[in-house]
Design a protein around this ligand. Structure first.
Ligand code: ADP
Ligand code: ASP
Ligand code: MG
Length: 443
């Protein structure tokens, strides 16, 4: 059986990290397909190679010489090669990238070179074959990931390549040009490779010992999650738990391949196992995790007898769709509807949208309120348990935090609350204390 191992940017930030990665791979002969990110931050105010590449691209657009703009990227890679003592030279690759830039290569191409070059180094260091993701991972004409073609092509390549390094984050368009996934997309590549290889496990190596109940930048030393289901994870990643890209579970989910999140800096820690169903893994706490995001706006519409006006909702949603706006939540009352949207989706079209909605809805009151944060409290354990919502609300009200919106999915897997952005961190901490600290006390 084969395992696919993906290493994030911090796991490959410098030669010292490369050595840890090689030790991990060599410790298990089933770790045969390796998906690297580009080198990440070595210290907190360092710049990720992907960001250096975006900067390089912008600088060349404003007329700067490629060699000069590319220098910071080159230094990172040459530094790693020298420190690892490899005889590899990337000189020809740098020349090719310069030529491609001059021939008008796009921004995604520029960004993808971080994973591409890092993959070449890692393959050389491990003695594995390098497989360019552009040869096996494909998008369709509309720029959507094409899972059928990818599975067939990548599957065929891997079948005849027993050990390979496949760079994360990018693939090819039908015309051969390079396209990247969204930021953090190497997690998705790892999942795609695991599916194409028919792997028994997808190990995702990062800088924390698995998924934690809450973001460690907000809650001090949060408890780790041993087992989490695909559905729980999906809710948490969508709501901003940054460990895994929000789409990364889809390819492996369809093939029933578990994911294990592991820590490159503490490889013996068990990490988090992400499984299709948790039949054999009872939840440890009532809730599995808490995550949240800032920067939401509420479009609030009030109108007497709104509920008796047929097609009202459809017309409103049509206006939003015409403006390319996706409604995240839509709590409704008899005569009110609030649509929660990502604030950035309103950029540049706020006035026009408001005007159009007013024309269509003819509301008694219309308002767009900014500064909303959403927090999701997620857990398979809350399904049959009574009082989960009460405890969330009690925690928030004791902390004097006003709840501006409530939404509970019908799957009873999550409760979402909308609060003022200024209360965001505090809210996560008090919910954590309510469910984890107090239950720890009882255990
Ligand atoms: P990589 O570079 O390995 O892909 P990321 O930076 O994308 O790693 O993801 C790991 C980071 O996610 C952690 O360092 C941590 O700061 C952050 N994070 C946010 N929410 C959580 C959570 N619930 N559990 C663990 N880590 C979290
Ligand atoms: N290097 C890319 C990024 O910084 C992809 C990844 O790390 O997953 O977003
Ligand atoms: Mg990541």
């Amino acid at each position: 059986m084969s395992k696919v191992v993906k290493f994030g940017g911090s796991s490959l930030a410098d030669a010292k990290q490369f050595k840890k990665v090689a030790d991990i791979i060599r410790a298990d002969s089933e770790r045969v397909y390796v998906v690297p990110s580009a080198p990440g931050k070595r210290f907190s105010d360092d710049t990720k190679v992907t960001d250096l590449l975006y900067q390089c691209y912008e600088r060349t657009l404003t007329g700067e010489d490629f060699a000069k703009a590319f220098q910071p990227v080159r230094e990172r890679f040459d530094g790693i090669i020298a420190e690892l003592g490899l005889s590899l030279s990337l000189e020809e690759e740098y020349v090719k990238i310069g030529t491609d830039f001059r021939n008008g290569a796009n921004r995604d191409y520029a960004a993808s070179r971080g994973e591409y070059l890092n993959g070449i180094i890692l393959a050389d260091y491990l003695g594995y074959k390098f497989v360019d993701a552009a040869k096996g991972i494909f998008f369709d004409n509309k720029g959507n990931f094409d899972s059928d073609i990818t599975n067939a092509c990548l599957g065929a390549i891997l079948e005849k390549t027993p050990k390979a390094v496949i760079p994360g984050f990018y693939g090819a368009m039908p015309d051969g040009s390079i396209k990247t996934f969204s930021r953090g997309g190497s997690d998705f590549t790892g999942s795609v490779v695991a599916k194409a290889a028919g792997a028994s496990l997808y190990e995702n190596w990062t800088d924390v010992s698995g998924f934690l109940v809450a973001d460690p930048r907000i809650v001090d030393k949060p408890e780790g999650i041993e087992v989490i289901t695909y559905s729980e994870l999906r809710e948490l990643s969508y709501m901003g738990a940054g460990v895994l890209h929000e789409d990364a579970i889809f390819p492996v989910r369809s093939a029933n391949i578990p994911i294990n999140i592991k820590n490159t800096n503490a490889p013996d820690d068990a990490g988090t196992l992400i499984v299709p169903s948790a039949k054999n893994a009872p939840a440890k706490y009532l809730i599995t995790g808490i995550a949240g995001k800032k920067d939401f706006s509420v479009i609030s519409i009030e109108k007497d007898r709104m509920n008796s006006e047929k097609g009202f909702m459809r017309r409103m949603l049509q206006v939003l769709e015409n403006h390319g706006i996706f409604p995240e939540h839509m709590p409704t009352g008899i005569d009110t509807v609030s649509v929660v949207v990502n604030s950035h989706e309103l950029d540049g079209q706020r006035e026009k949208l408001a005007q159009r909605l007013k024309e269509v809805a003819r509301p008694d009151h219309f308002e767009i309120i900014d500064g909303l944060a959403l927090i999701a409290v997620v857990g398979r354990g809350m399904k049959s348990a009574k009082g989960t919502a009460t405890r969330v609300f009690a925690a928030l009200s004791h902390a004097d935090i006003n709840i501006r919106m409530i939404d509970q999915g019908s799957s009873e897997l999550n409760i979402i609350v909308g609060i003022d952005e200024k209360d965001f961190e505090k809210a996560i901490r008090v919910i954590y204390d309510m469910f984890i600290l107090s239950e720890q006390g009882e255990k």
